[in-house]
Design a protein around this ligand. Sequence first.
Ligand code: NAI
Ligand code: MG
Length: 368
Amino acid sequence: MSNPTLLILPGDGIGPEVMTEVRKVIDWMGSSRGISFDVSEALVGGASYDAHGTPLTDETMEQAQSVDAVLLGAVGGPKYDDLDFSVKPERGLLRLRKEMDLYANLRPAQCFDALADFSSLKKDVVAGLDIMIIRELTSGIYFGEPRGIITEGNERIGINTQRYTESEIARVARSAFELARKRGNKVCSMEKANVMESGVLWRRVVTEVHEAEYSDVELSHMYADAGAMQLCRWPKQFDVIVTDNLFGDLLSDAAAMLTGSLGMLPSASLGAPMSNGRPKALYEPVHGSAPDIAGQGKANPIACILSFAMALRYSFDLGEEATRVEQAVEKVLADGLRTADLIGEEGVSPVSTSAMGDAIIAALDASV
Ligand code: NAI
Ligand code: MG
């Protein structure tokens, strides 16, 4: 059988720095676990603009469509602020998401015990937390028509439209149920069926998909405002949460911050299943290119390394290896290693990006 394929797009700023550390983990999988990937690498964002005059070439777009998974660092930076909108670095990322039709955005909120003090919530509320928020990413109120600002009489009116087709709801619901089967087997769907017709349809379609295809998974429903309260009160009651674009935008940001630093947060965006049954997939840290620390060896590589762990679990069916990587991260944090972003008051001295990567490799070595 041929090796699984992975396209790496390091991008700009700290993107290439954190990706160097991910490469160590990928190489380790090959040398120590006999799990080899066919890795190709290409430019994206400002780096691609500098070389090719466009933030994403057609060739790279085609490559992204043909691999099992794409892993991206970050794009953007002040150097590109004055560029025309059509060639801005962010356009490269937006084109990838749009043309790959990545409709399910996965944002885990996972709390490593060693960082539980970092949360603004009580330690026992967040310690051991591991939930996944799935936000519908390609439809809903950010895209619905009609939209705009109109004038009626002497009043201006701002208009946006929440619009979901049943197929859009069904496909993201399937993503949620599929994921739940690889985790805690529980899905909570959030909408506002009490005040929105789109929410009524959302609840109906999620229920239908559940009954027809996923009755082995536990399903519950919650109004999104109550869900926001429950996320702050006792987040560990959830496993997978699935919700629309707008509610998901808010709930995923709030949930992510239950657990601490931007330098720790991975994400995935999944699309339709390919011919091999796996979803089209783009994995990336939540953070940006961090121009304020780029080139200084200060960046935390963990968000990008955990993004690769998500790829292992959700694109390559290597859940055990994903857990191994997550446990290696847990171990180095428990040992007290901290990049600068993870240091609060206590005056620990920070380790560099590469020292953090090396320590994770050492922890992986110790795990076999
Ligand atoms: P940012 O996420 O790049 O940085 C925000 C703050 O967090 C900075 O102080 C940064 O030093 C810190 N930070 C971020 N990641 C870190 C890490 N791994 N380790 C340690 N500290 C980290 O967001 P910002 O400053 O708003 O945007 C900077 C550039 O990145 C802009 O050009 C923006 O458009 C772009 N951006 C790109 C994203 C992407 O590629 N998906 C997402 C967000 C922003
Ligand atoms: Mg947001």
